[in-house]
Structures are given as C-alpha cells and as structure tokens.
Design a protein around this ligand. Structure first.
Ligand code: THU
Length: 134
C-alpha cells in the first residue's frame, strides 16, 4: 500500500467525520502489518471532552478487531472542505501510537500538494511507554 493510496483512504474516512462543534473534519487510515486497513474519523460530543480523534478511532477499531501490529497511518484534515495544511496527530494520539507501535511506525500527512512521512520516534521522542513500567 503506497502512502498516496493510504491518503486517499483517509480522505474517504474524513467524509464520516462528526464535527458540528469545531467544524474541522479529520480522517485517518491505519495500515496493519497484515495488509488490512482500518478507517477512522473524529467524533465530537456536546460535552467537548468526550470527543475522539480520527487516529484513535482507527486504532481502537483495529485493536478491538484483534490487530496488534501496525505499519503506518495516514491523516488528513480540513476546516474548509479543501486540504491545504498538514494535520499532525495530537499528543494523546501520539501516546496511543506509542503504546502499540514501534519507533519506525510512520505517520503520513498531506497539505494537498505534497505527502510527507514522519517517524513516530521523531513525533514523540523520549516517550513514556510500557517499557518504563516494570
Ligand atoms: N482532531 C483529530 O481528529 N485528529 C488530530 O490529529 C487533530 C485534531 C480533531 C479533534 C476535534 O474533533 C477537531 O479535530 C478539532 O480539534
């Protein structure tokens, strides 16, 4: 699965975004090491703190479906309907990724013109993980 193909799947996921409060739609497509892909969108709530990001929606779907090994995730977002900026994962999503992914897990982003791939270890250096709890 190419980065471009995964971005296209994230754009499909974005269409299901439930974001009446921020009006910022986010879609994610998570590629598992077995080749399967799980889609996620952001899901907001009138109680704002109950919102769930697109990335975590995709992860929780995959993990609850029995997947444990992941290769990369593509994330797209827009407040206007057009993708013009990168949508980097928030800190909570990076922490969830660190729980389930190796340092070489990749986060694929686009600003609508270019596609860039970031290693999780660069996005969340010196992370606190299960290895710190013995
Ligand atoms: N959001 C995501 O879904 N993923 C991100 O990486 C950044 C933020 C969502 C949360 C909220 O529904 C909206 O975008 C505005 O913050």
């Amino acid at each position: 699965m190419t980065d471009n193909e995964l971005i296209e799947l994230a754009k499909t996921a974005l269409k299901n975004s439930y974001s009446p409060y921020s009006r910022f739609k986010v879609g994610a497509a998570l590629l598992c090491q077995d080749g399967s892909v799980f889609l996620g969108c952001n899901i907001e709530n009138a109680s704002f703190g109950a919102a769930n990001c697109a990335e975590r929606t995709a992860f929780f779907k995959a993990i609850s479906g029995g997947k444990k090994q992941f290769s990369k995730i593509a994330v797209v977002g827009t407040g206007s309907g057009e993708i013009t900026e990168f949508t980097p994962p928030c800190g909570i999503c990076r922490q969830v990724m660190a729980e389930f992914c190796d340092d070489d897990f990749e986060v694929v982003l686009t600003d609508g013109k270019t596609i860039e791939s970031f290693k999780l270890s660069d996005l969340l250096p010196c992370s606190f993980t299960k290895f710190n709890i013995k």
